[in-house]
Design a protein around this ligand. Structure first.
Ligand code: EPU
Length: 687
């Protein structure tokens, strides 16, 4: 199979006559060390809002665009172009944007000159205008003499100039001047001078493409940002939790400065360094990057598939930050404990910022969840309700058909058959009761967790404080076939969906046979098998937010990935519409048989939670564990299966502690011997 570099493929796509556009599209390529996702997203958002229906390919998920890429029917193609691997020269854009250039990716480039040369090639290949930021010295030097250069930014001489920039409680405002005349005012929902500059780039590009300033400004006022770019995860009168991708010292400074602009709040930040090489080469620069944070929790390096470098770790940055005189910095090696540290320190009025490009987004989700449940700072234990109160209140408020139990053993509710008790167990009778339950938990700071059939779940031995919810009531379990579509509630078994499809002679869902989960669990995890995954066959989803509001959305507007769907980190799946393809019963049955046979011959039959780890890019986790010779390794009654290395089986009487120790053991061996960072696929629940 030919393998083509991403940049070359993207460049070819932009020229492609096969796109929906009626004529070869005009391409707009956005490059720069920082801000390219936001700027390319702003341009695509404005073009879309103004009816130009652009094609775009952006390196982040943009909710207002319904994803990260689309083939639009219009004449423009907007692309974010990455400089990290020297492929910038592959592009031959109609117009280009250069945001900023500085030392970065020193694993690839020998020095700053190497990076400058790459950008010079990009500029040279541009056939139309080169939009460049006049405030960035390296960029200005490279582009200011360009015959078709158009500058933007705060600088006095910028052609599209940001003036009178002000922070507002919900973002920022500024005036745009063009060649000496005032064009008008822009309201942006994003804070920070750097975002005003990014917006100026979008305005310069879109006006050049023929749009009017007023329509551009109106569209920018509705831009809500990209995931993990100053993303507000939780907001209340007391707390603001923000998640951001910043991982370079310049980005960290800009992000923290922008967050400061939101008002006089104390900022508590956590940062996960990204890549050993960046930590090594820019270690000293990180020292001064956190002056904008009142308190900082640093954790260890996210390897991003790089091998470890001796003597380089999160402590490298910790030492640099301390040496730069930061008054309050701590180091927490274990990412799973970062949320505890942040929450223990937080007080009402604080802004909690979670920063980094690795898997620290999980900490942002965890912090948002726990702040929402009131498990923060001194308030953490302030729920005025006793356990009896909670039980009695809920029993009185919920319908008689709703199941509500106390001290329910979770070992019974999971395929692993380990774990302590749930303080409360609830099976709501329908969506109304689920909404009532969520409202009660929110108002009374009672934590809650929604689980599926417990087939991908490890509950800790100490059990779960709060309410564990399962959508097991008949009202959530319906499966109905209408034409080529199968409507299924979140509580339905995947097996029932597959059987309904078979009965109706609808093919395409066979891979789900044998996944022991529910529809809700499969959506949350984007569960998969046999090289396929859930979202490939889902057409629509129905879900509830934690305020009890119900939504329905086409699957095409939902961001999902291998073994994950971020939407369901803070929303509850209620059901889905699956789409099958008509086929003969025989074809379907043959495929079901083949898949069952593969499963039974390659996977163990003892109690387990399926695959424990996600497959890393380098090698399937099972193969890796096999190659490391870890099959058969036992801790207590938990054992790595001899049949498949990515399964931990319960030999009868295993504890969650046994399993967790075995997981840590495997992770350590994979890290030490192969430089691979394994990530758990099983959900771990409990105190
Ligand atoms: N392999 C070994 N040794 C082992 C296990 C596997 O060498 O002990 C090799 C196999 O020979 C094969 C490769 O590793 O060449 C991949 O193995 P397999 O085909 O079993 O697939 P997998 O990647 O390990 C994935 C899913 C399973 C799903 C199967 C079947 C993940 C983490 N796992 O396993 O999903 O059932 O494919 O399609 O993506 C689950 O998610 O819980 C799960 C079980």
């Amino acid at each position: 199979m030919p393998i083509i570099r991403r940049a070359r493929l993207l460049a070819a796509l932009m020229e492609s006559p096969f796109l929906s556009g009626k004529r070869p599209p005009a391409s707009i390529c956005v490059a720069g060390i920082h801000g390219k996702t936001t700027t390319s997203a702003m341009i695509a958002h404005v073009l879309k809002a103004c009816g130009r229906n652009p094609s775009f390919c952006i390196g982040g998920h943009i909710p207002s665009l319904g994803g990260n890429a689309a083939d639009g029917a219009g004449e423009f193609f907007v692309a974010e172009c990455d400089e990290s691997d020297g492929t910038l020269v592959e592009y031959a854009p109609t117009h280009s944007v250069v945001l900023n250039i500085e030392e970065e990716h020193l694993d690839y480039y020998r020095d700053l000159q190497g990076i400058l040369d790459a950008f010079a090639g990009f500029v040279e290949n541009t056939r139309g205008r080169v939009f460049f930021c006049a405030d960035d010295p390296n960029t200005a030097k490279l582009c200011e003499r360009h015959p078709r250069g158009v500058s933007f930014g705060f600088a006095e001489g910028a052609r599209y100039r940001v003036a009178d920039h002000r922070h507002t409680p919900d973002g920022s405002r500024f005036t745009v001047r063009h060649a000496g005349a005032t064009l008008g005012e822009v309201k942006l929902r994003l804070p920070g001078a750097h975002n005003a500059s990014n917006a100026a780039a979008a305005i310069a590009v879109c006006m050049t493409l023929g749009l009017k300033f007023d329509e551009i400004a109106a569209a920018l006022a509705t831009y809500r940002g990209a995931e993990r770019r100053m993303e507000v995860k939780f907001e209340s009168g007391d707390y603001l939790v923000v998640d951001d991708y910043a991982h370079h010292p310049t980005e960290l400074r800009a992000t923290l400065e922008a967050l400061r602009g939101l008002g006089p709040r104390r900022i508590i930040a956590a940062f996960q360094p990204h890549r050993y090489t960046r930590t090594k080469f820019l270690g000293r620069q990180f020292g001064a990057a956190f002056a904008g944070a009142d308190k900082l929790v640093l954790t260890d390096v996210y390897a991003a598939s790089e091998p470890a470098i001796a003597g380089v770790s999160g402590l490298t940055i910790y030492e640099a930050v301390k040496a730069a005189g930061h008054p309050d910095v701590e180091f927490e090696k274990d990412l799973d404990r970062v949320a505890d540290r942040l929450l223990a320190a937080a007080q009402p009025g604080d802004l909690i910022a979670i920063l980094g490009a690795g898997d620290i987004y999980k900490v942002a989700d965890e912090v948002a969840r726990r702040v929402r449940a009131g498990q923060v700072g001194a308030q953490a234990h302030q729920s005025a309700k006793t356990e009896d109160d909670i039980f009695n209140d809920l029993r009185a408020q919920l319908a008689p058909e709703t199941v509500l139990l106390r001290n329910e053993p979770m070992a019974k509710k999971t395929t692993f058959q380990v774990g302590g008790n749930a303080q409360f167990w609830c099976e709501p009778s329908g969506e109304d009761d689920l909404a009532k339950l969520l409202a009660y938990c929110g108002a009374n700071r009672v934590p809650f967790f929604v689980i599926g059939r417990g087939s991908n779940l490890l509950v800790r031995d100490s059990g779960v404080k709060g309410v564990v919810i399962r959508l097991a009531h008949a009202s959530f379990r319906a499966v109905e076939v209408r034409g080529e579509r199968i409507f299924a509630g979140a509580g339905a078994k995947l097996h029932d969906v597959v059987m309904a499809a078979r009965q109706a002679s609808l093919a395409g869902l066979e891979f789900m046979e044998g996944i022991p989960g529910s529809v809700g669990g499969a959506l949350r995890m984007n569960a998969g098998a046999m090289g396929q995954w859930t979202f490939e066959v889902v057409e629509r989803v129905r879900f509830m937010d934690y305020c009890g509001r119900v939504f329905e959305r086409p699957a095409g507007e939902i961001h999902y990935e291998y073994r994950g769907c971020p939407l369901f980190r803070d929303h509850i799946a209620l059901g889905a519409v699956f789409k099958g393809v008509p086929a003969s019963r025989e074809t379907i049955e043959n495929r079901l048989k083949a898949f069952q046979q593969k499963r039974w011959s390659t996977q163990p039959r003892e109690s387990s939670a399926g695959c424990v780890f996600k497959n890393p890019k380098e090698i399937p986790a099972g193969k890796l564990i096999d190659e490391l010779g870890l099959k058969g390794k036992m801790i207590g009654k938990a054992r790595i299966s001899e049949v498949h290395g990515n399964f931990i089986v319960n030999d009868g009487g295993a504890t969650a502690a046994d399993v967790l120790q075995l997981i840590e053991f495997v992770k350590r061996r994979a890290r030490e011997e192969r430089g691979i960072e394994l990530e758990t696929e099983v959900m771990i629940l409990g105190d």
